[in-house]
Design a protein around this ligand. Structure first.
Ligand code: ZN
Length: 559
């Protein structure tokens, strides 16, 4: 297992420890701050002054955080645990990016730099080994498109598989096309072809990408070491609970047992909510069987590993022009986007999982996808009424004010993809949506004005797992070129911080256990060098995370 944080001495269960801090910031409005926090058996016993905490009986004082701010451990409700294993491949993304060990990779800012990095990686491989890379972002190379000819110049004999940054597209070389039998006669939608009818090497959306069997992409066997990298990354960023939003292994007994062994280990520095990968990637399978199986799994959750959620998909990505948009659609032309589920398939899957009590999070990037989600849940709630379901629209990038009012009425949460404002805001405004719609993207202020519970997410590996940065993008709404996109959709620093803690915990149905520092909740902390609530929006990104505490155990950040 890579980069596992160092072991800590095990504390006797009945021992009480007082942690004095420069400040304890609880995010509990009933008691917003304290001088110190008292921990017993992995849970918070009390927050208060030192004198108050000494009234709880014999305790030991541990002053390791005396110079730090103790903040609630952050909660990420849309991320992908396999991202922890991607660093064994070659990173070819546009932006610089830090891996779980703390090493910074430079970005590839031109197609030439992409090819050069691929050539360097190719030279290090053993004969016959496939070349795999991730993070390609063609949106930054307008007028140029990486295709099989570019990749053939890297190798004509070795299979090459490139995953794009959006996670919705892949590009492969001629050798891999040949091995997989993908040619001019292939009829699968999403296999892009040139003017002569030959595949270009680009595969759009999961059904087309799944044609590649010999270099597992979407359906690789479970790799436990990825969980270690993912948890180390989370620890480095103050995240103590994360979500694996769409785990394909939960119905595989051996893989599930392996998950339990890794996650329930006290040395594993992260709680994980594992969402079953449900319908929407080429059909839902036997829904009666899979919803019943998920219902059984729900009862097997542990303190560290939470089960009971399901992820469904509706559309593609905005920057790939595959998200479903209502009028007036995309800026350049009348492209329509794609559906990853038909309305009938989606209704059947939603009804099946809703009926067994699952918590359903649905990928909706475009507003037409949001609309289908809302029409479907309205119908399903009439068929099987359920209060407090906390079903969630995840991404919700183009949801409109009218849709947020419907979400409020239907009890729906929105998990908003605020990182897009920073990473692709300039492209959304100039190339994809035009200024008006781009300003309204990821409308966190509209959501809060409408009374919709929100969180903000990174969708790592799409963007880095870094909840303080994610909060900063929603509060500042600056693009990476420094321009403000939609000043009227900015939310306050306090609202953004609540969204990445309690907000995420709420839509995961875990807010009684995590998300704020309250007596009885898990002792899950982010250890910070300053108080985030005293920071301006941009300064949130400069906060140093010194480590985390998970259930009372201490995990220092890398470096
Ligand atoms: Zn995702």
């Amino acid at each position: 297992m890579q980069s596992r944080p160092q072991k800590d001495v095990v504390m006797p269960a009945d021992e009480q420890v007082i942690y004095p801090a420069a400040l304890v910031r609880t995010l509990d409005p009933a008691q917003p701050t304290g001088e110190a926090i008292l921990v017993r058996d992995g849970r918070i016993r009390a927050v208060g002054t030192l004198a108050e905490l000494e009234s709880y009986g014999p305790s030991r004082v541990d002053d390791r955080y005396a110079e730090s701010v103790i903040f609630p451990g952050m909660v990420e409700a849309h991320s992908h645990a396999y991202s922890g294993g991607l660093w064994t491949q070659t990173y070819i993304g546009y932006y610089p990016r830090k891996d779980p060990s703390g090493t910074m990779w430079t970005g590839c800012t031109s197609l030439d730099e992409v090819i050069t990095r691929l050539q360097e990686a190719e030279a290090r491989l053993e004969p016959g080994q496939p070349l795999r890379a991730w993070g390609l972002d063609p949106i930054f190379f307008p007028g140029q498109r990486l295709d099989r000819h570019h990749l053939d110049s890297v190798s004509a004999t070795r299979p090459i598989f490139i995953m794009h940054q959006s996670g919705h597209l892949a590009t492969i070389n001629s050798e891999l096309l040949r091995r997989e039998g993908i040619d001019r006669n292939t009829t699968m939608p999403g296999v892009v072809k040139d003017a002569d009818g030959q595949p270009t090497g680009e595969l759009q959306e999961p059904p087309a990408i799944a044609l590649v069997k010999s270099v597992p992409a979407m359906s690789a066997p479970f790799d436990g070491s990825a969980l270690g990298g993912f948890a180390a990354d989370a620890c480095n960023h103050g995240v103590t609970t994360a979500t694996d939003l769409g785990n394909p292994y939960l119905f595989d007994d051996a893989a599930l047992a392996e998950h339990r062994e890794i996650i329930d280990d006290a040395d594993f520095p992260l709680r994980l909510s594992l969402f079953h990968l449900g319908g929407g990637r080429g059909g839902g399978g036997d829904l009666a069987a899979s919803s019943a199986q998920l219902a059984e799994l729900m009862d097997t959750s542990s303190d560290k590993m939470h089960l009971g959620g399901v992820k469904l998909f509706l559309d593609g990505s905005i920057q790939g022009f595959t998200a479903r948009l209502q009028e007036p659609g995309y800026l350049p032309d009348d492209r329509k986007g794609v559906w990853l589920s038909s309305p009938e398939e989606f209704h059947a899957a939603f009804l099946a999982y809703h009926s067994v009590g699952a918590n359903i999070h649905v990928h909706c990037n475009g507003d037409e996808a949001t609309e289908l989600f809302l029409d479907t849940i309205e119908r399903v709630l009439a068929e099987v009424p359920r209060r407090d379901h906390r079903h969630t629209i995840t991404h919700s990038q183009l949801s409109t004010p009218a849709q947020y009012r419907r979400m409020r009425a239907l009890g729906v949460c929105a998990n908003i993809f605020s990182n897009h404002i920073w990473y692709w805001g300039d492209q959304h405004r100039d190339m994809i949506l035009g200024p008006d719609r781009a300003k309204r993207m990821n409308a966190a202020a509209t959501a809060l004005r409408s009374g919709v519970p929100i969180s903000l997410h990174c969708d790592t590996p799409v963007t880095p797992l870094d909840s303080l940065a994610t909060a900063s993008y929603a509060a500042e709404r600056a693009t990476s070129s420094g321009q403000i996109l939609g000043a009227d959709e900015r939310i306050s620093v306090a609202e953004a911080l609540e969204a990445v803690t309690l907000g995420a915990a709420y839509m995961l149905r875990l807010d009684h256990l995590i998300g704020s520092l309250e007596a009885g909740k898990f002792a899950d902390f982010a250890i910070l060098d300053r108080d985030p609530l005293s920071c301006g929006p941009a300064e949130l990104r400069d906060i140093v995370v010194r480590g985390t505490v998970v259930g009372g155990r201490h995990f220092p950040a890398a470096g």
